[in-house]
Design a protein around this ligand. Sequence first.
Ligand SMILES: Cc1cc2nc3c(=O)[nH]c(=O)nc-3n(C[C@H](O)[C@H](O)[C@H](O)COP(=O)(O)O)c2cc1C
Length: 338
Amino acid sequence: MSEQPPPVPLFLAPMAGVSDLAYRLLARECGADFTITEFTAAAGLTRRDAKSWHKVASDPRESPFIPQIFGGDADEMVHCTEMLAEVADMVDLNFGCPAPKVTRHCAGAALMGHPEELLDMVERCIEVSDVPITVKMRLGTGKGPDTALELAGRLESLGVARLCVHGRTLQQRYTGAADWDFIRRVVEAVEIPVIANGDIVDARSAAACIEATGAAGLMIGRAAIGRPTVFHQIKSELGWQVSPPPWEAELNGEEKPSEAGARHWAWKRYIELDDEVNPERPNRNRKRHAFAFTKGLPGGKSLRTTLHREPTAEALAERVREFLENSAAENPDNQAET
Ligand SMILES: Cc1cc2nc3c(=O)[nH]c(=O)nc-3n(C[C@H](O)[C@H](O)[C@H](O)COP(=O)(O)O)c2cc1C
């Protein structure tokens, strides 16, 4: 890389089944500047459903606290925003989810095909909220013209504080390359900060995305699954952060910790944090994270075929920890960036 881009904040993307509270706290310790809860149905929150409220639980270490909600019923979304505004620092509205179980109710990304309804919903949420409202959206539905550009200007006029644009349409779901050129057009059309999202996986793609979009921040999703260390790695490789990574203790006398060493630290820390924030019962994402943390490491595949036999969440955590510890000892050259 010839010229390093100036620092911008890095966001852990909201991800259902991934970005639980312990994982968000871990991502912060690994260099993420902002974390957002996974999307939570306004319907569940307004009926005071305990599971839904668990999804938007936070911790003083997570500041700012940004819950994300979705729904197709404007009254529910408004009521929910009002409830969350009492406890949150900002509320993020999801207009990006492509899952049929969401879009069927004209929620998530489906609302991008109904701009007037979307705008009316956002305007009413802003009216009842004492905290800033942010919006995460896609480019459009993929049927008919993309609406993100027109919506961005109108959302700004309504008072939306920040936009995040995932550079794909609803129809694309996660296929094809994210359209960073389109994101640049949104960045240039509004004054409020626009966060670019889609296909940022490392320092090189982070720098390329900043150059292509001019965005005020970057959001990282899939590349942070099983690799929360990606945030520090991007910052240190781009010269934004010179402090040593928290997993330096895993150095084992090496100049740089191995990828497995960094993951070993992160996995132990995730379990510690999960035990802390969920003392009654480990959260149900643990198995998914266990699979993700072992991906791409020699022997990970055969380990994963046996993980489902572990009788308890504690046993599963220990199996993965031992595997990562051994991987770090056996593959010291498989280096993580610091
Ligand atoms: C497992 C998974 C769950 C997701 N859940 C959410 C969600 O709850 N809310 C949301 O706005 N986007 C969600 N997304 C989309 C991501 O936030 C992000 O926009 C998308 O993955 C593109 O970014 P990436 O290329 O960095 O992965 C999810 C994505 C994945 C892979």
